[in-house]
Design a protein around this ligand. Structure first.
Ligand code: ADP
Ligand code: MG
Length: 340
């Protein structure tokens, strides 16, 4: 068993600016394993950005090719516990010879090897053996090799022999494409406005995006409701409440409309009355302070305004904070309330 999940393929790995280089490098390795300049291949990036998916896609691609290569996927934690068991059972030799037969070794999350000297030493020997005999090594890490603390220098320097490529947070277009792909795979239909809303609301990582999609589908089937914008908003609001981690623009807009006694359609609308414009600008300012959303996505949530309007609002509120005691107090109070 190679411990590969057949669902992780290149076909369903959506390509975007955030992952283009890493994906191309992965595909090159999968097509021509063992070529020195891409050996080892090190993919790094934050949680939920697709490291495991991409390296498993490499493994699946090579496994399904003719030639009967021995592909193995292993997490660094599993490698460590196998190593510890081998010592305990006096079977280190078996452990070593098993790993030395592998044609393509994929080892996930090598940051977990940090501080584990003996495991690193063993991995070092396996690495050298495989590399010298032209076998392919693929690794992932949650940070670039230079930031891996507690990993021996001789191992680190080997990590840098080949090619290092990173995965970044997906941009808006990629998020839309990923949602569309998932929707398609589920065989359901969701209006484009819902997809757009989700893509503009979740910008952390793909796993989170998938989590929201799963909840949304579950909500829809439990309540026998159609997946519309309303359901998407409620689902997102509940998820945020449960996890207490992040603030959505919708929760900010609600709080602002309550605080200033204005109506949501007015806040999102075109009114230029000061009693509407100020709450609108404060809300955009809070959205910038409290979420990671891009100016473009913030503008989307305020009736589809463009990013220069958002910049203007933020600047205006910044100026007011310096010059207007009342507004400064209000903004501080609202920020505190959300950050609690
Ligand atoms: P990581 O290992 O970096 O934490 P994963 O590979 O587990 O992240 O990815 C998290 C989820 O997001 C998986 O279900 C994966 O299929 C999905 N995913 C990540 N990137 C993409 C992408 N570019 N296209 C499609 N799905 C993706
Ligand atoms: Mg992973």
């Amino acid at each position: 068993d190679s411990y590969l999940n057949p669902n992780y393929t290149f076909d369903n790995f959506v390509e975007g600016d955030c992952n283009r280089l890493a994906r191309a490098a992965g595909f090159a390795v999968a097509s021509k394993p063992g070529v020195t300049s891409f050996n080892p291949l090190m993919i790094y990036g934050g949680v939920g950005l697709g490291k495991t998916h991409l390296v498993q896609a490499i493994g699946n691609f090579m496994k399904n090719k003719a030639g009967g290569k021995f592909v193995l996927y292993v997490s660094s934690e599993k490698f460590t516990s196998q190593f510890i068991n081998a010592i305990r059972n006096n079977s280190l030799q078996d452990f070593m010879s098993f790993y030395m037969q592998i044609d393509i070794l994929i080892i996930d999350d090598v940051q977990f090897l940090s501080g584990k000297e003996k495991t690193q030493e063993t991995f070092f020997h396996i690495f050298n053996h495989l590399h010298q005999s032209g076998r392919q090594i693929v690794m992932t890490s949650d940070r670039p090799p230079r930031e891996l603390e507690g990993v021996e220098d001789r191992l680190l320097s080997r990590f840098k022999w080949g090619l290092t490529a990173d995965l970044q947070t997906p941009d808006l277009e990629t998020r839309i494409a990923i949602i569309q792909k998932k929707v398609q795979a589920e065989g359901i239909e969701i209006a484009y406005e819902v997809i757009e809303y989700l893509a503009h609301s979740i910008d952390t990582n793909v796993r989170e995006l998938e989590g929201v999609m799963i909840s949304l589908l579950a909500q829809a089937s439990l309540t026998r409701r159609e997946i519309d914008l309303e359901l998407a908003k409620t689902t997102l609001r509940h998820l945020v409440k449960d996890s207490e981690r992040e603030v959505t623009v919708d929760t900010i807009i609600e709080a602002i409309t309550e605080y200033y006694k204005v109506r949501i359609p007015d806040l999102k609308g075109k009114s230029r009355l000061r009693e509407i414009v100020l709450p609108r600008q404060v809300a955009m300012y809070l959205a910038k302070e409290l979420t990671n959303l891009s100016l473009k996505s913030i503008g989307y949530h305020f009736g589809g305004r463009d990013h220069s309007t958002v910049i203007h609002a933020i600047q205006t509120v910044n100026d007011l904070i310096d010059t207007d005691k009342e507004i400064s107090t209000t903004v501080t109070k609202l920020l505190k309330m959300f950050r609690k």
